[in-house]
Ligand binder design. Structure first.
Ligand code: NAP
Length: 397
């Protein structure tokens, strides 16, 4: 069996996350054979840590290597579509971190773009970027593996099995993700990230809801159930009067989100073509660690999936140092008091499973479970939501 050669594009947080989960695959299935980042120092450090022989600042040099079959894109979102198209043109399969793409500004746009560029213009640009990737993938006959880990998370997999076992319909999906804000400087501006909490984080919730309704449709109707419209509101709660009042009272020091021109809260309702709805809330202002859940309200039951903050393990400590440096969960402010550390965060969140599916899809020449269509659909729904929030109306998709 041929070993799949992987070239990493990006060498920081996302790349490390993927690296840790490649390491869980059966020996000989994949080998990381090169890494590219914007600085030689960073690429070199990643290569040394992972035992990779080839480190470069030149993406073209990574693409030129015949021993690399797939490019794993863990770059800032503004680079995703252009690098993916270049990878496809070079005949490389693509593993792509979320989001597929967005709108990052065009020459002549007033800055900061998040405060000035009309969402209709952004939506058209984001969809152009997304469709250009799909077109390049199809034209070059390469696999596109969309690293939407929620779709692979064991609680969502169990949800699918329970939905299949029931005879009922999902009337409403409720998905949420909350934490206290991204630490990445890129997350603060629209130009770097293509949006705020809704795109950066909400893309997981949107991806999971679209996927579950597609899947339900395939099982019940032999066709995907598609989103038809979206109604949304977005806000910068971090700079609201309410947050300012707390700041003056000295009661606002835990939220790390500090946006320039992006939202840190969003709420949306997706209507599907079978009349059902998905309601999604995302927030960069939620304390208590990463909180990610999907609930299915069905005609004949309720299924609640909780990928973080679940009670597989519960701890109590009278002060934060009791459990030393043992990892709890992402973005938890304190280990004191009662807590719910994740016993295997990567497994619960689907990272290990997505890498196994991608390696299998590339090796066997089959479609991955999460591919280009889901990636494009997420961009469509999210930029429809941005337009809805700006214009205060339901937007047809
Ligand atoms: N699924 C999840 O839950 C999850 C979680 C976190 C992140 N992500 C995704 O992972 C991706 C990466 O995020 P991150 O947090 O790792 O970002 P990051 O810390 O900003 O790292 C970005 C990497 O891209 C490299 N880079 C930037 N410009 C480049 C260029 N022109 N050519 C080559 N390399 C370049 C940087 O190089 P230097 O190292 O030299 O600066 C860095 O290694 C994003 O799409 C993000 O949405 C997903």
């Amino acid at each position: 069996m041929k070993t799949i050669g992987i070239g990493m594009a990006g060498a920081r947080y996302g790349a490390h996350m993927h690296l840790a989960n490649y390491a869980l695959l059966p020996p000989g299935l994949v080998e990381i054979r090169g890494v590219c980042s914007s600085t030689q120092a960073s690429a070199g450090a990643f290569a040394a840590e992972a035992g990779i022989a080839f480190a470069t600042q030149d993406f073209q040099a990574l693409l030129a290597r015949p021993d690399i079959d797939a490019i794993d894109i863990c770059l800032p979102p503004s680079l995703h579509h252009a690098f993916a198209i270049r990878a496809a043109e070079a005949g490389k399969h693509i593993i792509m971190e979320k989001p597929l793409t967005g709108y990052f500004g065009e020459p002549g746009d007033p800055e900061p773009i998040g405060l000035h560029v009309p969402r209709e213009r952004m939506r058209a640009g984001a969809l152009r970027n997304a469709e250009a990737v799909r077109e390049a993938v199809i034209r070059n006959g390469v696999r596109f593996c969309y690293a939407e880990n929620w779709v692979y998370a064991p609680p969502i997999a169990k949800m699918r099995r329970l939905m299949a076992a029931s005879g009922g319909s999902v009337l409403e999906l409720c998905a949420q993700e909350h934490h206290s804000g991204s630490n990445s400087v890129f997350s603060r501006t629209w130009q770097a990230t293509g949006g705020g909490a809704l795109l950066r984080m909400g893309v997981h919730s949107v991806g999971a809801c679209l996927h579950l309704k597609q899947w339900e449709g395939q099982v019940r109707l032999g066709r995907s159930i598609r989103p038809v419209s979206v109604l949304a509101d977005t806000a910068d709660l971090v700079h609201s009067d309410a947050a300012e009042r707390a700041r003056r009272a000295g009661a606002n020091r835990w939220i790390s989100s500090d946006p320039v021109d992006v939202e840190n809260w969003a709420n949306l309702v997706i209507r599907f073509d079978d009349g059902s709805r998905a309601t999604i809330t995302v927030s960069d202002t939620g304390l208590g660690g990463l909180d990610t859940r999907v609930t299915a309200l069905m005609t004949d039951g309720v299924i609640k999936a909780n990928m973080t903050a679940n009670d597989a393990i519960e701890t109590y400590a009278p002060e934060p140092s009791v459990f030393g440096n043992e990892y709890f969960t992402e973005k938890l402010e304190t280990r004191a008091g009662w807590n719910r550390p994740s016993c295997d965060e990567d497994w619960f969140r689907g990272f290990a499973q997505e890498m196994a599916d991608f390696a299998g899809a590339i090796r066997d020449g089959r479609e991955p479970f999460a591919g280009i269509d889901l990636a494009v659909e997420c961009v469509k729904v999210i930029y429809g939501a941005y337009l809805s929030a700006e214009e205060g109306r339901r937007v047809e998709l």
